[in-house]
Design a protein around this ligand. Structure first.
Ligand code: BG6
Ligand code: MG
Length: 214
């Protein structure tokens, strides 16, 4: 029986995954690397530094740690510029109502995002009050596909992992949820998210009345 739902942020609540993509694409182009949407699937859910390493690996580029830190900062500055204009209307259709319905159904609700910018995005969207707890990239040592972030969210909610359902748009996120011993709704395409227990096109397509069927 599911007692808690845990939502990823980028690509599940709002389309900030797109802003991460265009910022990485811009950085990659400075190295003559053409970052495609297919490459971008590998960047979803993983940490900023891991994302950078994947981008550099595409161009067979090796750099010292200090230079990598500077590049990660550069990408993050662009990302922050892009998200500053985000407004509450950009939340995916049906998601605020879905979060409110979770509460009505006595489900506990958490946000679990690898992003260190998650608090700012949630503030801009004005939805902090819809979550019982939030875990972000500043609170973990190992990012997805490691289960740490979801286990921490479950601990903060005081719910055992087996009673948690995770919503994820990243392959690394689906792997993390399953490794945590949780159930997972994949948001996106079956090609990427085939390991999830159920796949929906958009977050709000999931019917909360079907929780017991998972
Ligand atoms: C995840 C995104 O939510 O956060 C990744 O899916 C991103 O693409 C990661 O790299 C880290 O985000 P940030 O904002 O801390 O650079
Ligand atoms: Mg995501």
């Amino acid at each position: 029986m599911i007692e808690a739902v845990i939502f990823d942020l980028d690509g599940v609540i709002v389309d900030t995954a797109h802003y991460h993509y265009i910022a990485w694409k811009r950085l990659a182009s400075e190295f003559g690397i053409t970052l495609t949407l297919q490459h971008n699937e590998l960047l979803k859910g993983v940490s900023r530094m891991r994302s950078l390493e994947i981008v550099l690996e595409l161009g067979n580029i090796q750099l010292p740690e200090a230079e990598k830190e500077a590049l990660a900062d550069k990408k993050n500055k662009w990302f922050i510029e892009y998200i500053e204009s985000i407004r509450p209307e950009e939340i995916f259709a049906g998601v605020p109502a879905m979060l409110a319905n979770c509460r009505k159904q006595q489900l506990k609700v958490a946000l679990a995002s690898s992003s260190k910018n998650a608090p700012r995005v949630i503030e801009l969207l004005g939805v902090a009050n819809l979550f019982d707890t939030m875990v972000d990239g500043t609170m973990i040592t190992h990012s997805k596909p490691d289960p740490e972030i979801f286990l921490l969210a479950a601990k903060k909610l005081n719910v055992t992992p087996a009673k948690c359902l995770v919503f994820e748009d990243a392959e690394a996120g689906v792997e993390a949820a399953l490794a945590a011993g949780m159930k997972c709704v994949g948001v996106g395409s079956p090609e990427q998210l085939g390991k999830a227990n159920i796949i929906v096109k958009q977050t709000a397509d999931f019917d909360l009345n079907s929780l017991d069927k998972i």
